[in-house]
Design a protein. Structure first.
Length: 272
């Protein structure tokens, strides 16, 4: 997934190594292409310490300018995270922020950098199967954007948008999206229990069904979800009966529109 030329020999500082920061670090370590890597994390986990020890990464050590700085602290810690980032920032440094709800202007106001990338990854990044929506400031060069892209691709696909306002929609679809899928699996299992299945069996069936359907889509990227749905739906059959309910005017499509709209609206509120 990662562009090797984009990462090879580059220096990076990671500010914050919680769940998403650690996922990124795992991806970079697996590629083993970066040069100097510095991490600032006041409460390092055992796994973080292991990665640093095995790859020679500097943990909470002396700061020096880096090609890229990745801000991966919690949004409410922007001020302290930015203070920790500043010693790593030089005029040519690109700052990549994965802080939810924080705009490019917010980052630029706290970190002395013109090249800023705002990114919204999602939780499957923890297994290298994430997808990230990203937007870069006008001052970000092609080379700086390529470096940011390579860093983010270490944990999955990256989609770039030309309008920062679209990051709110990205957040509503893919950022929050894993929770929708997990909730669907919950609801499918609960419906199975109502239909008479033992709870444990219903949970296993629902989980395996969601996992398998997702893997089928992954392995057939040229086939649309609509076409895959048609292939499993026999006219007059059981699936068709269920889809009549889901496709009703107040069915799943309407619910998803409302859910995504609510998430987008909230993302806009958090962005100020």
């Amino acid at each position: 997934m990662t562009d090797e030329a984009g990462l090879r020999g580059k220096s990076v500082a990671l500010i914050g190594a919680g769940n998403m920061g650690l996922a990124l670090l795992e991806g970079w370590a697996a590629q083993n292409l970066l040069g100097a890597v510095s991490i600032v994390e006041p409460q390092p986990s055992q796994r973080l310490q292991e990665i640093c020890d095995s790859h020679g990464y500097a943990l909470n050590g002396a700061a020096a300018p880096r090609d890229a700085v990745v801000l991966a602290v919690k949004p409410q810690a922007l001020q302290s995270g930015s203070a920790a980032a500043q010693p790593f920032v030089a005029p040519e440094t690109v700052v990549v922020s994965i802080l939810a709800g924080k705009r490019v202007a917010d980052i630029a106001a706290h970190v002395p950098a013109q090249a800023v990338v705002r990114a919204m990854p999602n939780t499957p990044a923890a297994i290298g199967r994430g997808i990230t929506g990203a937007f870069s400031s006008a001052a970000t060069s092609a080379a700086q954007r390529a470096l940011a892209d390579a860093l983010l691709r270490a944990v999955g696909a990256v989609e770039w948008v030309d309008d920062e306002a679209l990051i709110d929609a990205v957040t509503a679809v893919s950022g929050s999206g894993p929770a929708y899928v997990f909730y669907f699996a919950e609801c499918l299992a609960a419906a199975g229990v109502e239909a008479g299945l033992p709870a444990a069996l219903a949970a296993r069936l629902a989980r395996a069904t969601v996992e398998g359907a997702g893997e089928l889509m992954r392995r057939q990227p040229e086939t649309s979800p609509e076409e895959l749905r048609r292939r499993v739906t026999s006219p007059g059959g059981t699936t068709a009966a269920a889809l009549e309910v889901l496709e009703a005017p107040d069915g799943l499509a309407a619910l998803m529109r409302r859910a995504v709209a609510a998430a987008k609206r909230r993302a806009g509120e958090l962005s100020g």
